[in-house]
Ligand binder design. Sequence first.
Ligand SMILES: *[C@@H]1O[C@H](CO)[C@@H](O)[C@H](O)[C@H]1NC(C)=O
Ligand SMILES: *[C@@H]1O[C@H](CO)[C@@H](O)[C@H](O)[C@H]1NC(C)=O
Ligand SMILES: *[C@@H]1O[C@H](CO)[C@@H](O)[C@H](O)[C@H]1NC(C)=O
Ligand SMILES: *[C@@H]1O[C@H](CO)[C@@H](O)[C@H](O)[C@H]1NC(C)=O
Ligand SMILES: *[C@@H]1O[C@H](CO)[C@@H](O)[C@H](O)[C@H]1NC(C)=O
Ligand SMILES: *[C@@H]1O[C@H](CO)[C@@H](O)[C@H](O)[C@H]1NC(C)=O
Ligand SMILES: *[C@@H]1O[C@H](CO)[C@@H](O)[C@H](O)[C@H]1NC(C)=O
Ligand SMILES: *[C@@H]1O[C@H](CO)[C@@H](O)[C@H](O)[C@H]1NC(C)=O
Ligand SMILES: *[C@@H]1O[C@H](CO)[C@@H](O)[C@H](O)[C@H]1NC(C)=O
Length: 401
Amino acid sequence: MLFSNPLLACAFLTICSASPTAPSQIQLPKPVGKYEVGLSITELIDHNRTQPFAPNGTLVKLMISVFYPVTHKHHSISGAYMTTETALIEDNTLSSQGLAAPNGTFGKLTLQLASDQSIQSRKDKSTCENPVEYPLVLFMPGEGTTRLFYNQIASTVASRGYIVVTIDAPYDVDVVQYTDGSFAYINQTLWANDNPELANVALVAIQTRMDDVSFVLDSLSNTTLAQSLIPNLPASGLNTTHTAMFGHSLGGATAYSILDAEDRILGGLTMDGDLNGPPLLNGSSKPFMFIGSTNHTRENADDDPGSTWLSGWPKLLGWKKYVMVANTMHYDFSDYPIVFETLGITPTNGTNFLLGDLKGKRALEIVTSYVGVFLDFVLLGKESRLLDGPVKQFPEVTFEN
Ligand SMILES: *[C@@H]1O[C@H](CO)[C@@H](O)[C@H](O)[C@H]1NC(C)=O
Ligand SMILES: *[C@@H]1O[C@H](CO)[C@@H](O)[C@H](O)[C@H]1NC(C)=O
Ligand SMILES: *[C@@H]1O[C@H](CO)[C@@H](O)[C@H](O)[C@H]1NC(C)=O
Ligand SMILES: *[C@@H]1O[C@H](CO)[C@@H](O)[C@H](O)[C@H]1NC(C)=O
Ligand SMILES: *[C@@H]1O[C@H](CO)[C@@H](O)[C@H](O)[C@H]1NC(C)=O
Ligand SMILES: *[C@@H]1O[C@H](CO)[C@@H](O)[C@H](O)[C@H]1NC(C)=O
Ligand SMILES: *[C@@H]1O[C@H](CO)[C@@H](O)[C@H](O)[C@H]1NC(C)=O
Ligand SMILES: *[C@@H]1O[C@H](CO)[C@@H](O)[C@H](O)[C@H]1NC(C)=O
Ligand SMILES: *[C@@H]1O[C@H](CO)[C@@H](O)[C@H](O)[C@H]1NC(C)=O
């Protein structure tokens, strides 16, 4: 069912011991939340299901990254943003789309992680209140884009006190690298823009992703596994019965459709994702939030040809919010802005990368602040002014009723 990850763990440890920063490395900003962040990566195999977009009989085999809060205040160390091989693939892919990313570009990029990766004991000394439990949240990427291009977003949300698990979608994201070094590439025939069956492919992809999420929750409910991923995790393990999900694009569509299917997910958030998965037939009273790019109103048929935001909205019967972020396009809800800014590279044609004019740090701040207060609301019952309406601090964010 599970293999630990010697390959990545070794690569990771090698980089760790080279701390603080080798000259060739370029560090992403330190996550701004209260906690430092630890990271574990592993592979999970579901022997009960096969991949719909792979040759017959290919078992579902997922890669997940687990970002978790750490309180010890030691120095930061660098952790690879991607494996060397995946980074080279992304160098070539993004170069072909008009980014000046010669071989070696993404391989230089590192995350700032806690040097001592033990999780804090659940007693929060700062409040002397009841033992603190860090809630578990799940994230899925957009179609065509590796989960790794959301590492900084996930890490920043984790620094606010969440255990954030990013789950890749093999054969629907561009590339997934497994622990033995092998790859699963996107099924380009099925995902071709001119495939007349594309809508159905997307539907099958979302159904597959929903099952993937349930499988990850099943897997993480195994305390032995959870403790192997998160050092010093308390004996009770992860709370897999009270979680929330957020996602970008197709990942956001998954966070919507799964409300009906998965009792363990209490609320969802989509970052600019159309709702092209299974509809919420009888509606859902769970909380749900939309964060849209500029002009991505519910009525905007250009951004959402099937008007899925319009039809999906009335099916949400409980707490719901709809905000839009000025000067953004679809990929401002990924790490692209902060990653390109950190590397000092600008796409020659921004349109190809679906990026607006926001600075990378600002895009990251807006996205993670709103995701953060939403999770605080769903999982901790905390209110925030940010969810009530426009605030001076974030003039870019407007509300639709
Ligand atoms: C997997 O399939 C086997 C055999 O059909 C079944 O006994 C088992 O409960 C399934 N496991 C899960 C986790 O669904
Ligand atoms: C693409 O998906 C089809 C349909 O499931 C499958 O038959 C084919 O082998 C896949 N192609 C690749 C390259 O994985
Ligand atoms: C894959 O399985 C499907 C359904 O069982 C079958 O129709 C198809 O012929 C198989 N394809 C190959 C290449 O084996
Ligand atoms: C960059 O990497 C690709 C893929 O590994 C390789 O085909 C190409 O030759 C490399 N280009 C240069 C300039 O090294
Ligand atoms: C739980 O995880 C451990 C460690 O990965 C594994 O050895 C064990 O078989 C798992 N238990 C179950 C019930 O799957
Ligand atoms: C999970 O969280 C809920 C809500 O806080 C709580 O009622 C439940 O006991 C927790 N479960 C575990 C196993 O910690
Ligand atoms: C929706 O409601 C109908 C009629 O009450 C019921 O048969 C069906 O199972 C429900 N579907 C879901 C997904 O809850
Ligand atoms: C948003 O819509 C307005 C009015 O139609 C238009 O002027 C503006 O260019 C649009 N902005 C973007 C980023 O598409
Ligand atoms: C940028 O790319 C878009 C979409 O591929 C294209 O329509 C546009 O003409 C390009 N602009 C420039 C300046 O190359």
